[in-house]
Design a protein around this ligand. Sequence first.
Ligand code: PIN
Length: 500
Amino acid sequence: MCGLVGMVGRKSVQYDLYDALSILQHRGQDAAGMVTCQGDTLNQRKGNGLVQDVFRQQHMNHLTGTMGIAHNRYPTAGTSSSAEAQPMYVNSPFGICLAHNGNLINDDKLNEDLFRADRRHINTSSDSEVLLNVFAHELQNVAGLRLSPDDIFKAVERVHERAVGAYAAVALITGYGIVGFRDPFGIRPMVFGKRETRDGIEYMITSESVVLDILGFELIDDVAPGEAIYIQSNGRLYRQQCATFTNYSPCIFEHVYFARPDSVIDGVSVYKARLKMGEKLADKILREYPNHDIDVVIPIPDTSCTAALPIAHRLGVKYREGIVKNRYVGRTFIMPEQEQRQKSVRRKLNAIDLEIRGKNVLLVDDSIIRGTTTKQVVQMARDTGAKNVYLASAAPAVRYPNVYGIDMPTANEFVANNRTEKEIAEYIGVNWLVYQDLDDLVSCAQGINERINRFDTSVFDGKYVTGGVDATYLNRIETLRNDGAKRRREADVIEFHNQI
Ligand code: PIN
């Protein structure tokens, strides 16, 4: 999962881009990068780590430019190598940098076509480098000596024809401007807004509306599926639908867990969607356990706190913050390896005896993926003296891999793999377990946006909105993603860097 931002300003933009990346830090903690453009010169800084570690004062001093793009990364398929940190750069035509959120599912084929037909070489295993080169190649084909908005829209149209998968991307074209585009399904989020200053209007394109909010930009709109936004360096904005076919199908997992609650995605408040998830889940608990004996509802922080509150309210029992999270330890779900994950859970979460001892506790989580965290928290509640432990998940059982840019484990690592709900409850160690129904989840995220046709719910039902995801592809990502393979790839990269 990644966060991205692009800006055309009236003054140097590096501090706004830095702030935007910090606001989007939850979308990726593995690497960060920024490119700014001053006249014909590109300034770049990227590296592994958190935003605050990658950019020091001396880098910021150097990153001058009135337009720029920036990116936070958590790798989905590639390595954690800093060579794959974004934005990525290609020299021809014009000098283009690109930052990408999502995952292409036909990158193997595109890679081959780029090499054989387009004479372009891809030097990393990153599908973002593939996307950049497809865009660059198509721009080269249509553009004359000078670049027009129409050339850009034609190039994006060709990208839509060639690329399959999820891509929300911002590109910077040296000396010309920045371009934001979203795949024809609108799987990953993207918004744009404007800010009026004494010197004129400034524009920003970014992953989540919260960035616009905090930095004083007024939201103009979501970038529509298939649409491209072009902001010239002189501050003129153009927008155009570039896809012949679109099917508005945003990723529902943004609402379940990834996005910040204070963001509005495709016109739907993430916070509101999470509140509704709690209401629907409470109704289901009441249907399945009308005579429940729950004493207290306790969220496993942070995301699930929003859904847990209306659950307690509807059940008519106390809501208590009985599990406390250390905010200074990274998210366990997105830590690279199993051993690290297990160790860090105990460091990260702790139980409050007073709220748990002798009680029947309903724990609430936003989702259950591997079940490792959940199992340990349940054990923690039992060790703290809970009488009975129940569990409610604001999302249905995760059973299928994500191919659209969320770094999830392989299917056989899911706790729900080949287990019934009863078996999952046994494995995790709870007395009973209630999952949200998929229809209910969809109704929570649908909100009032009638433009949304459906959601990408593939991790729950195996239906991939773009098509083209077959057993061969799933096997390929399975090999790329399992922890052992990741470790080996990283070792290769280190060896390579040591040799040169
Ligand atoms: C954690 C959000 N959320 C917690 C992420 C745990 C699955 N996990 C997905 C639950 S936070 S597990 O709110 O961002 O802190 O099923 O893989 O054990």
